[in-house]
Write a protein that binds this ligand. Sequence first.
Ligand SMILES: Nc1nc2c(ncn2[C@@H]2O[C@H](COP(=O)(O)OP(=O)(O)OP(=O)(O)O)[C@@H](O)[C@H]2O)c(=O)[nH]1
Ligand SMILES: [Mg+2]
Length: 330
Amino acid sequence: MPTPTNPRFDTKILARALRAGHRAALAQAITLIESRRSDHQAHARELVQALLPHTGKAIRVGITGSPGVGKSTTIDALGMFLIERGHKVAVLAVDPSSARSGGSILGDKTRMARLSASEHAFIRPSPSSGTLGGVAAKTREGMLLCEAAGFDVVLVETVGIGQSETAVCDMTDFFLALMLPGAGDELQGIKKGLVELADMIAINKADGDNVKRANAAAGEYRSALHILTPRSEHWHPPVVTYSALTATGIAELWQKVLDHRSAMTASGDFAARRREQQVKWMWSMLEQRMMARLRTEASIRSKVKKIEAEVAEGHVTPAVAAEQIVEWLR
Ligand SMILES: Nc1nc2c(ncn2[C@@H]2O[C@H](COP(=O)(O)OP(=O)(O)OP(=O)(O)O)[C@@H](O)[C@H]2O)c(=O)[nH]1
Ligand SMILES: [Mg+2]
């Protein structure tokens, strides 16, 4: 297959191979959208636009939780459960820290041993390109490519950090917050505002000695959720307990995702949420593009540097400088 650096590279050929379900083509296409080279980015835009009619059909689920809560183990168990039912599962991640640490939340494939060995699963670690906005935009496009390649469930993992959670919530249909039994974790989650994003709270590790504590935690979450206004009047986020290790409760957990989809589709909220997400995405792309111009266009960059110094010295007000920079971008 011609590579993007090849002058005879053809996005149509790549799109066709991807649609035919060739994993190498999907992987290559994602590499293309993650590239910073402007010729690659032009190809990537063309590719995503060409594939757009074949996207949007998957069930998109965001999964968050603090380190060690069992995200990887859950994705492995849930992924295998879905594959056994005939689904094709793509797993993506938004982890803006991966650039710095060099690692990635999906790096640990030993916790997803079964899924990573399955031909019906596609696992891709987080793009490691700087800003959260950039990482999220690339993950979102990666999701579209996975859908075009025939994956009908997309799981997007993120770390339990406010902004990346919002980003993942903004690209998925269902946002699942994983919690641990006990450990005072409950009220933390509520303080962080996470439960206001969550479409469901699932308490993991409800096995062995933990079952009682998990049930107690579930009770606390339920009463806490009671006093919050749900995001949709047609869905009150349930609280469930399960064990990723033994797969107990995984079927019930998935059933809630399906119930949510039915309720949201019937009320029209499903389509509304997707529409809103599209528009938000456009604006965030625009922001990215504008910022990229400031960073990459040499003529603008040097002027911006100068005016930045003047702002720092107090010679120019931030408002005047911002106005001037907007002028330069015209
Ligand atoms: N008892 C029990 N242990 C579990 C369960 N799920 C995960 N674990 C254990 O919890 C630890 C962390 O699990 P991971 O799946 O790696 O958690 P994670 O959220 O992906 O962690 P990070 O990737 O570090 O953020 C591992 O030792 C798992 O074996 C469960 O349902 N029950
Ligand atoms: Mg993990």
